[in-house]
Design a protein around this ligand. Structure first.
Ligand code: SF4
Length: 333
């Protein structure tokens, strides 16, 4: 039988003892928490840590970020993907700086570009101590198992129920720690497959564990089939320069980013040697990139020779970075 105050207390005590020491957990600076939350929406914790450290070193305060150019921002973000989020971060940093102070409520946070319900609740609870429960994938899974929710976790109605379940259990004195405790439980014990119920601090209150259904919950409808797409990019070098092209500002994806040419940009390129291949997944599209060393006569229209030493300072797309990191490519090790 679940008692809400005792569940919150147990979760927070467990979090105090077991939480991972992550760089964004030693601060209540809303700007730093905001940056971490945006990065964590798209990438695993271990991968975010070095990006977060570099980003905060380069842009230690919201005013510093607000004064940055888009190229500086995208180059610091390059490799994390989801660049529209980075652009929104910059736009919001400029709004905050021109207003002269950080928004002090959930509702005011929601008015900033790119700040949705999850990010606003995370900043409001962790940095400002306000009573707003978060609902990300980890929290949704924990709440579905805890309450025995057997509706489809992808449905809006079920997500609303799970958000209410989290809000109902929120510890009002330590809302930020409660939110982080549930997320931490989902990330470390209440795993999607094989949850570690025997060491879970809330197993006595968990409906799924009580009925032996922790392996069946949450219920999730199937995603659409994955589309497989083959692409070929060229590494074309000439005297310490690399041939690149920049996506136009009105591009629907990755506007302003630099890319390695493909046949569409360099139709006259001659393939010389295969340097390797890699995979890249975007939502339900699974790309396989082949990377070739190639030659061209003169630079095709729309492409530019960029000195190798300057390439890393450009906002390069993630796939161009992956290609250039292949051992046989110019940026490889
Ligand atoms: S008992 Fe198991 S299923 Fe329930 S919350 Fe804990 S880890 Fe998750």
């Amino acid at each position: 039988m679940e008692s809400v105050p005792s569940l919150s207390k147990t979760l927070i005590e467990w979090y105090d003892r077991h939480r991972r020491d992550l760089p964004w957990r030693n601060t209540t600076d809303p700007y730093r928490i905001w940056v971490a939350e945006v990065m964590l929406q798209q990438t695993r914790v271990a991968a975010v840590i070095p990006y977060y450290r570099r980003f905060i070193e380069k842009f230690p305060a919201v005013e510093v970020l607000a004064a940055a150019s888009e190229v500086e921002l995208l180059s610091a973000w390059s490799g994390l993907g989801y660049y529209s989020r980075a652009r929104s971060l910059l736009a919001a940093a400029r709004e905050v700086t021109s207003a002269g102070r950080f928004p002090a409520s959930f509702e005011a946070l929601r008015t900033l570009p790119g700040i949705g319900e999850y990010t606003a609740a995370a900043i409001a609870s962790i940095a400002l101590g306000l009573p707003h429960a978060v609902l990300d994938g980890n929290v949704a899974r924990v709440m579905a198992r805890l309450t025995g929710e057997d509706g489809d976790i992808r449905s809006a109605t079920v997500r609303r129920r799970l958000r209410e379940a989290a809000q109902h259990r929120l510890d009002r004195r330590r809302p930020g720690d409660f939110n982080q405790a549930v997320m931490e439980l989902g990330a470390t014990l209440c795993l999607p497959r094989d949850p570690r119920c025997r060491v879970c601090p809330i197993r006595e209150q968990c409906a799924a564990y009580g009925s032996g259904r922790q392996g069946e919950l949450p219920v999730k409808s199937a995603r659409p089939a994955v589309e497989r797409i083959a692409r070929t990019v060229y590494v074309i070098r000439r005297r310490q320069r690399l041939l690149l092209w920049q996506r136009p500002e009105d591009s629907s994806r990755l506007a302003g980013f630099w890319e390695l040419p493909e046949a569409a940009q360099a139709p006259s390129a001659h393939r010389r040697e295969k340097l390797g291949s890699f995979r890249h997944t975007i939502v339900n599209q699974n790309y396989r990139f082949e990377v070739w060393r190639a030659d061209v006569g003169k630079a095709p229209q729309g492409c530019r020779w960029v000195p190798l030493a300057a390439v890393n300072a450009l906002p390069l797309s993630t796939t161009a970075r992956k290609a250039l990191r292949l051992p046989a490519a110019p940026g490889g090790t």
